[in-house]
Design a protein around this ligand. Structure first.
Ligand SMILES: Nc1ncnc2c1ncn2[C@@H]1O[C@H](COP(=O)(O)OP(=O)(O)OP(=O)(O)O)[C@@H](O)[C@H]1O
Length: 769
């Protein structure tokens, strides 16, 4: 960097008179009195060396365009200094070499007196060569073309980076251009209108041509309506004019960002360095050409309207959004049409369109329209690399950002696992669950260091998660008593889950001692002693539920109910979304759910509480139900191959093992104590456990969770007889969890929340800690 600054300074301050001074001074005399005298006479502030260097670059090399080269050297040094990827520095260097030669040659072609300074010796030679070969005009044309092409591409990338950095201000020019584009499009459309008007006049009973509705804004991305020419002119019967104009929403343009252009080398707690994997380990894959199949679009619209008109359902406006796998047609119906009439036509529409995967959304939440999703003729595979290389992911404010897919408007959809706080994934075999889990884990590997997150991987199928064994020295938690990196046996899975449960309890005690409510607050106030997040992944719950039943359901439920505050999050997948696997209690505690394609409406209801997943197309096509939204959203999951996962995990595994040990602890006798319980209920509450009803802990949680001290609630939910439920309620009163009986009213619940209850239930015997 310093040498680049010196070279640039010497070149900028080059003075033609200096040559006459230093030329008389022999090199061997640079320390003598003659040299001191010469320095007093030269004009550049960089001394004799600066004068010589400046003269060399300006006169003998490329003239002032050499400055471009120095800026590339400076950028190279800066990238090295900030330990960033050298890819962009190399690209800029090559660009600078090409451009400095090009500009020097242009300088050589100019007729001005100072052109020598713009060209240098090399520039003049190039200018002479080109003008002899092509003539002056031809040489200019060639040199301008050489300058324009790489500058355009580089300028575009740089503009998107700069605009990402100063988004609001830098987005202004692009918005301005969009507006101007809109005006031109609107003018162009007016010219085209006569083609549509006669048809509207010829069929007065139908809806006349309507102006495109004002586009909606989604998270700051402009959606521009544009009209596909084929639909407007409908020249060849492709789109029979049915008097309803189709407006096509333009895809959202995600701001790209180079994930390697950030600090990849980081220090871990044990003072070792860790390198976040390079994005180049992921494949680019076939890029979609972004071209909309207008013929298919027009045909789908025609059939859709034709079918609806048979049932006398009048459509006033129709708008299409073309996603990676499906197109959403949003239709505004005539005011007197009942929405349920469209829903009832689902099967008829599927038949009319001869397509799988037609889904009806009636109404579209927040809009005065019903939606029909129709598969695209040319589905696009969304590659993981393309959804990670975006500004949104690179600068994500989330704690555990995970990329879930692309929306129908091609936006990259990212959510925070800590907010979910647990995720249930279901889908029939081959629908994309394992790829989905790989995408989630890869998102975390590209956004988090091993100090921030650890995984517990449970894979009863044995074949889905084995690549992650390479992460054993960095990202995998170790369990006392067994060596497997990936847990595959059901009994060991139960044991592992109970270890995590114990870890949860210990963390609650740490939070209580620190006087904070959750891991975020704890880590903020104890940055040196920060706790890592734990992500527990179970790829195939059914296998565990069949062999271990309640033993596995119980820790999953407890973790799902309580672990969020202490930074433990569950991701549970199953190909059998039936009520014996996804029990009511598991489902109630997993508010965020993903449904891939399932076999039936019943399965879809089991996972999403609504139909729709049976209509999905497979291969990563999913409905995501976030806990915060009333309705599921359709996403196309990204694809990552096993080879890519292997490359990323191997890269991490090849790094120096962390010396910081990440064992979870299981206090002595824990398995025996818990395992000996009659029905699997934990028996860890104080000295009076023998007398206490085995359902005591569960009953305590139930009343605190529902804040109702009601005996009939215990009878109903825990399936206890009347007298046993009454006895449990008395015990709860004795422990100060509920208040005394007050006539026929439910008792007061004296504990405000589950975390407070857990601390009391698990107040450890002294020797355990
Ligand atoms: N997002 C995606 N994009 C494109 N193709 C996908 C995607 N997800 C899955 N596929 C295709 O589907 C195949 C099966 O996916 P995956 O192994 O994830 O299914 P699964 O639901 O885990 O099945 P199983 O339950 O039998 O393990 C993949 O090998 C791939 O060819």
């Amino acid at each position: 960097m310093l040498s680049a600054l010196f070279l640039a300074g010497s070149t900028i301050t080059f003075h033609p008179g200096d040559q006459a001074v230093y030329i008389q001074l022999p090199w061997y005399d640079i320390l003598g009195p003659a040299a001191r005298d010469a320095v007093a006479h030269i004009q550049t502030p960089f001394g004799l060396l600066g004068a010589r260097v400046g003269s060399f670059f300006v006169r003998s090399f490329l003239g002032f365009p050499s400055l471009l080269l120095f800026s590339a050297v400076f950028y190279w040094g800066l990238s090295l200094f900030r330990s960033k990827s050298l890819k962009s520095a190399l690209i800029f260097f090559l660009y600078s070499v090409l451009m400095s030669l090009d500009l020097a040659a242009m300088g050589g072609l100019t007729p001005f007196a100072f052109s020598d300074l713009l060209a240098g010796y090399v520039g003049r030679m190039l200018a002479e060569m080109f003008s002899t070969l092509l003539g002056a005009t031809g040489a200019w044309a060639l040199l301008l073309a050489i300058a324009a092409v790489p500058s355009f591409y580089l300028g575009r990338t740089m503009f998107s980076r700069v605009s990402a950095g100063v988004a609001p201000a830098a987005a202004l020019p692009s918005r301005l251009f969009s507006r101007i584009g809109n005006v031109f499009r609107a003018l162009g459309k007016k010219k085209n209108e006569p083609a549509a008007v006669p048809a509207a006049i010829a069929r007065p009973a139908e809806a006349s041509v309507v102006p495109p509705p004002a586009p909606e804004r989604l998270e700051g991305n402009a959606h521009l309506p544009y009209s596909t020419p084929a639909l407007f002119s409908s020249p060849s019967g492709v789109s029979r004019d049915d008097g309803v104009e189709l407006v096509v929403q333009q895809a959202t343009h995600e701001t790209e960002a180079d994930l390697d252009d950030r600090k990849l080398k980081v220090k871990t707690k044990d003072r070792d360095t860790y390198r976040i994997p390079s994005i180049d380990l992921l494949e680019k894959g076939p890029e979609g050409d972004g071209v909309i199949d207008e013929v298919h679009l027009a045909e789908s619209k025609r059939r859709l309207l034709e079918k609806l008109s048979i049932y006398k359902i009048e459509v006033k406006r129709i708008q299409a959004t073309v996603g990676p796998r499906v197109t959403l047609f949003e239709m505004e119906l005539a005011p007197d049409v009942k929405v349920s009439r469209v829903t009832a036509l689902e099967n008829d529409l599927a038949m009319a369109l001869a397509a799988r995967g037609i889904r009806i959304i009636a109404p579209i939440p927040g809009k005065n329209a019903v939606g029909v999703e129709i598969p695209n003729s040319r589905p696009e595979t969304v590659m993981l690399r393309s959804v990670l290389q975006v500004e949104k992911f690179k600068n994500s404010p989330y704690t555990l950002p995970i990329v879930l897919g692309k929306t129908i408007s091609n936006e990259v959809y990212i959510d925070d696992l800590t907010a979910m706080p647990h995720l249930l994934i279901a889908g029939s075999t081959g629908s994309g669950k394992s790829v989905g889990i790989n995408v989630i884990l890869s998102s975390l590997l590209y956004s988090c260091t091993p100090d921030k997150v650890k995984f517990v991987l449970i894979d009863p199928k044995r074949v889905e998660l084995f690549h992650y064994q390479h992460l054993k020295n960095h990202f995998l938690l170790r369990f006392p008593g067994f060596d497997e990196q990936i847990v595959t046996e059901p009994q060991k899975a139960v044991y592992a889950l109970k270890c995590v449960e114990k870890e949860m309890e210990l963390r609650y005690i740490r939070l209580e001692q620190a006087g904070v409510r959750n891991i975020g607050d704890f880590n903020r106030s104890n940055p040196i002693d920060a706790m890592y997040y734990i992500v527990v992944v179970i790829d195939e719950l059914a296998d565990l539920m069949i062999t271990a039943g309640r033993d596995v359901e119980e820790p999953i439920t407890r973790l799902a109910q309580l672990a969020r505050a202490v930074g433990i999050h569950l991701i549970v997948a199953t190909q059998r979304p039936s009520v014996d696997i996804i029990t009511g209690i598991i489902k109630a505690n997993f508010p965020s759910r993903i449904a891939f394609q399932v076999a039936s409406k019943v399965d879809s209801r089991t996972i999403l509480d609504g139909s729709g997943a049976e209509q999905l197309l497979g291969d990563g096509d999913m409905l995501y139900q976030p806990s915060s939204l009333p309705k599921a959203i359709r996403l196309q999951g990204p694809y990552v191959s096993a080879k890519e996962v292997e490359a990323v995990t191997r890269y991490i595994g090849s790094q120096h093992a962390l010396t910081d040990v990440h064992d979870v602890l299981l206090p002595k006798g824990e398995m025996r104590k818990r395992g000996s319980s009659e029905n699997g209920a934990p028996q860890s509450f104080g000295a009076e456990d023998e007398e206490r009803d085995p359902a005591f802990d569960e009953a305590a949680r139930l009343v605190v969770m529902s804040q109702q001290g009601s005996t009939s609630l215990l009878q109903r939910r825990l399936r206890l007889g009347f007298s046993r439920a009454g006895r449990v309620m008395d015990q709860l009163e004795k422990e100060g969890i509920v208040g005394p009986q007050d006539g026929s009213r439910a008792r007061d619940v004296l504990i405000a929340d589950l975390s407070e209850l857990e601390v009391r239930l698990n107040a450890p015997p002294e020797e355990d800690y």
